[in-house]
Design a protein around this ligand. Structure first.
Ligand code: B1M
Length: 210
């Protein structure tokens, strides 16, 4: 079946083929939501699970995510037309002083794979930019990545700025990155810490369902 083929090809990172099959599925009048859930998201969830269990590694996840994005490119207009809504909205960035973006990009891709709309503010993002982005975009989640022991404290600076701006309770703040721990997340007042991208998307979905 075509949806299974989309899922399988996505897992193999075959972006061009995924694109063609998504278009073919649309031409066959399969609903955009079905294509998204049973094809693209299903494939990405399988890859996410394998990544978590160390059965596949970063390069495989990156090519699968690229294939997912290629499929989404084709699907996005049809999804909007059919009125399907994203399950929630997240802002994501790597915090100020920090240029590492591979983990952040993986978290973004996993969130998108769960149907969450993600606004990516990039790397080296300061607290004022986050506060402004929350006021402008009204996200459900703010996702902060930090890879350096010298920049992880900037996650706290951002949370403090959200408190000062009076908008802390409007968002769920999720933190992660190699030096970050659950203890640190508790200390700085984050709502969630996850160790990897797949768990981050699972936690995000759990927050959005509650
Ligand atoms: Co840098 N670097 N680096 N680096 N770098 C580390 C982080 C380091 C541990 C290497 C080392 O010394 N062993 C070390 C930090 C030491 C420390 O602070 N304790 C380090 C250093 C020192 C530096 C520089 C200071 C080096 C220098 O210039 N002297 C410099 C700093 C630049 C800056 O940011 N201001 C620097 C620069 C760079 C490069 C630019 C060369 C490059 C980054 C390229 C890029 O990102 N586009 C780089 C790289 C590649 C690394 C290592 C080798 C790999 C990081 C990576 O991408 N891992 C790294 C060593 C290492 O980690 N082993 C290192 C793969 C990625 C998938 O994992 O990002 O951990 P990660 O993300 C994971 C999880 O952490 C989690 O999910 C991801 C996937 O499962 N996760 C989240 C991440 N964000 C999350 C958010 C969440 C939830 C989970 O919720 C919101």
């Amino acid at each position: 079946m075509i949806l299974e083929d989309i899922s399988t090809l996505l897992q193999k990172g075959k972006a061009k083929e995924v694109k063609i099959l998504v278009q073919q599925a649309l031409d066959e009048k399969i609903t955009p939501t079905m294509i998204l859930n049973e094809g693209l998201i299903k494939g990405m969830s399988i890859i996410g699970g394998k990544f978590k269990n160390n059965e596949v590694f970063v390069p495989e996840v990156l090519v699968a995510a690229r294939a997912m994005n290629s499929g989404l490119e084709i699907l996005r207009p049809a999804l909007v037309a059919s009125g399907a809504k994203s399950v929630g909205k997240a802002i994501i960035c790597t915090v100020m002083g920090d240029l590492h973006d591979i983990g952040k990009n993986l978290v973004k891709m996993m969130l998108e794979g769960q149907g969450i709309e993600v606004i990516d503010l990039g790397v080296d993002v300061d607290a004022d930019t986050i506060v402004e982005a929350v006021k402008t975009h009204h996200p459900d989640l703010v996702c902060l990545s930090a890879l350096l022991t010298t920049t992880m404290m900037n996650q706290k600076v951002i949370i403090d700025a959200l408190v000062k701006a009076g908008i802390r309770d409007q968002v769920v703040v999720m933190v992660g990155g190699a030096p970050v721990t659950q203890g640190f997340a508790n200390e700085i007042g984050a709502d969630a810490y996850t160790a990897d991208a797949a768990s981050a998307s699972e936690a995000a979905l759990a927050f959005l369902r509650n």
